[in-house]
Design a protein around this ligand. Structure first.
Ligand SMILES: Cc1cc2nc3c(=O)[nH]c(=O)nc-3n(C[C@H](O)[C@H](O)[C@H](O)COP(=O)(O)O)c2cc1C
Length: 202
């Protein structure tokens, strides 16, 4: 019964694949959660404007970060030359995102989150920067879906070459490359672990 109900919600949300992010008919947060999936085939010939990417990245600025350090940085390959160069630096992901018009490299500045006045304040240190970057990227992919776009986060990437390509300073850790485009597949809902396996109530 529960499974059937979930399938119905998922189907309704997936129908809204082209939902715009504002005005009447905007998807609810839960619809965005369900219809956002990792997309590994994109429509060819579609473009996304710089203004749209700016709107997307502006949304990430609402993400919380350690002491408001905002360590996340983004390098946006929106021109054809840079986009093609990024495609060569993501290994086997290339064929999955070859038609996505925008590639976004996400990094975080070290020595910010997890630090106070230059001193590391707990054992985790720069792990907090990665934490903050992940939060920021979560906002990015959800906002993208709310705007009618699709994404693929790619951890499989060549960090040294990306650093050269975008002239990324050494004090930034290069984490994911995120493809942005329009889905050309209906993704399957991945299997999720039972809630009681990941959460305990006391
Ligand atoms: C940090 C991270 C790295 C990932 N790297 C890749 C990747 O290199 N290639 C890929 O196809 N998917 C990659 N994924 C996507 C995951 O496989 C995907 O999120 C997971 O299977 C759950 O599917 P869903 O995003 O549709 O819910 C990555 C996801 C995350 C969060």
């Amino acid at each position: 019964m529960k499974r059937g109900f979930f399938a119905l919600i998922a189907a309704a949300a997936l129908v809204c694949t082209g939902c715009a992010g504002s005005g009447a008919g905007a998807p609810s947060l839960d619809e965005v959660f369900v219809s956002r999936r990792s997309i590994r085939a994109y429509e060819a010939g579609r473009t996304i404007s710089e203004a749209e990417v700016r709107e997307l990245l502006t949304a990430t600025q609402n993400a919380p970060s350690w002491a408001n350090q905002q360590p996340s940085k983004y390098y946006v390959a929106i021109g054809e030359e840079k986009r093609n160069a990024v495609l060569e630096l993501i290994g086997g992901n290339k064929s999955r995102v070859i038609n996505a018009p925008v590639m976004i490299v996400s990094t975080f500045e070290t020595g910010k989150s997890g630090f106070f006045r230059g001193q590391q304040v707990d054992a985790e240190g720069n792990l907090w920067g990665a934490y903050d970057n992940g939060l920021s990227n979560a906002y990015l992919i959800l906002k993208a879906r709310a705007m009618g776009f699709d994404t693929l986060i790619m951890g499989m990437r060549m960090a040294d070459e990306l650093r050269q390509l975008f002239d990324i300073p050494e004090n930034e850790v290069i984490l994911a490359v995120i493809a942005l485009g329009y889905r050309d597949q209906e993704p399957k809902m991945p299997v999720h672990r039972p809630l009681d396996e990941i959460a305990r109530f006391f």
